[in-house]
Ligand binder design. Structure first.
Ligand code: GLA
Length: 367
């Protein structure tokens, strides 16, 4: 399959539209920002949770579909428990029992997922209203989002100041940069939790998508989805996506790890050698429409999650329920539970340092 950037002649304008989106239950004003680029890709972002609400992408014939799961209204985002499209922090993924020690001190975090800490706690960064400033720069359009998490937030030490930029380029790339600084040592692991359905949100499940992951190992989990500490080869198992594979082809296989997670919900160890720079993490394709997304990142890992907890009870955009496996997430990240695993790459940020991480979603059309 050859890939090309989305049709550059399609879009006519580049810009950012800013409009009110609503007021939260506790009186915070929320805005929506719509980024339009000449690539034909259009992305809507909310100041609530830094949520990517929609991503319009053309197919082979130029027909647009919204390829990400979400909701039409703010109250639905306030209730959301699936992190649809949201920025996740301070710590994306799980920390065992919500406990860790750092510099000889013990910390206890909110335990919001079966006794473990998940995605920053009860009110993570996905529920914050971020301050947002739009920018336009040499054909790119984007947003700078900022959020200050106070000392003790969800149990974490120190005041953490986070900045995230979304930049949409003329080639149809969404470049996401994460920055953070702290006044006290603290774990940090920021990610974007978009769910993709490249056939179009609400159109069915993602089991026919084709996925390639640049990972020869993954981190197997226990029954509570905490990594055991092992880095296991994917070879010969349903976790081998080192060449393109249909997502649903082996998801029902008789495999202990698939059983424990109810499908794919695992961190893959990206093959990057010693390089700390951008590396290909994943290529995802809907073979029917030809829509694809290539993901590059500076992160060491990626959570591949097949929407196993979506159960059709919550309505999404257009009143269509978020059905079982109707979207999949590819969350670039440090490994889960790193604060308790000294052999995993460190997630500890110290005063005077800057946390920096980049992930690029390149929306393409494949022939
Ligand atoms: C991540 C986790 C999943 C689930 C989703 C949100 O992908 O790994 O287990 O919690 O977020 O529902």
């Amino acid at each position: 399959m050859t890939a090309r950037s989305t049709n550059p002649s399609r879009g006519t304008s580049t810009g950012v539209r800013r409009e009110p989106f609503g007021t939260t239950g506790d009186g915070r004003l929320v805005e929506r920002f719509t980024l339009t680029s000449v690539s034909g890709v259009t992305i809507a972002v909310l100041s609530f949770g830094g949520v990517i609400q929609s991503i319009l992408v053309p197919d082979r014939a130029g027909a647009l579909a919204d390829v990400t799961l979400g909701y039409d209204t703010l109250p639905e985002y306030e209730k959301d428990k699936s992190y649809l499209g949201a920025l996740v922090g301070r710590y994306a993924n799980r920390i065992r029992a919500g406990r860790f020690s750092l510099d000889g001190r013990d910390y206890t975090l909110a335990q919001n997922a079966g006794g473990n800490h998940l995605h920053g706690g009860m009110r993570g960064f996905n529920k914050a209203v971020w301050s947002v400033e739009p920018f336009e720069e040499s054909g790119d359009v984007g947003l700078v989002l900022q959020h200050v998490s106070p000392d003790g937030d969800e149990g974490y030490p120190g005041t953490l100041t986070s900045r995230v930029t979304y930049r949409l380029t003329a080639r149809g790339e969404l470049v996401i940069d994460f920055f953070a600084t702290t006044d006290t040592p603290t774990p940090v692991n920021l990610t974007q939790h978009a769910y993709f359905n490249l056939a179009g949100s609400g159109s069915g499940d993602i089991l026919g998508h084709v996925l390639e992951l640049n990972a020869s190992r993954f981190t197997p989990v226990d029954a509570t989805l905490i990594p055991t500490g092992e880095l296991r080869s994917v070879r010969g198992s349903p976790f081998d996506f080192s060449t393109p594979e249909v997502v649903g082809a082996r998801i029902g296989a008789d495999d202990e790890q698939l059983r424990l997670a109810g499908g794919y919900d695992h961190n893959f160890v990206l093959d990057r050698g010693a390089a700390a720079d951008l590396t290909l993490a994943a290529r995802l394709t809907d073979p029917v429409s030809g829509r694809g997304v290539d993901i590059h990142t500076t992160e060491p890992g990626m959570q591949f999650y097949t929407g196993n907890f979506l159960d059709g009870t919550v309505m999404g955009k257009g009143g269509i329920p978020h059905r079982y496996r109707s979207g999949l997430a590819l969350e670039t990240q440090h490994f889960p539970n790193s604060p308790n695993e000294t052999a995993f790459p460190s997630t500890i940020l110290r005063p005077g340092e800057e946390h920096r991480s980049r992930t690029i979603y390149h929306f393409v059309v494949r022939d």
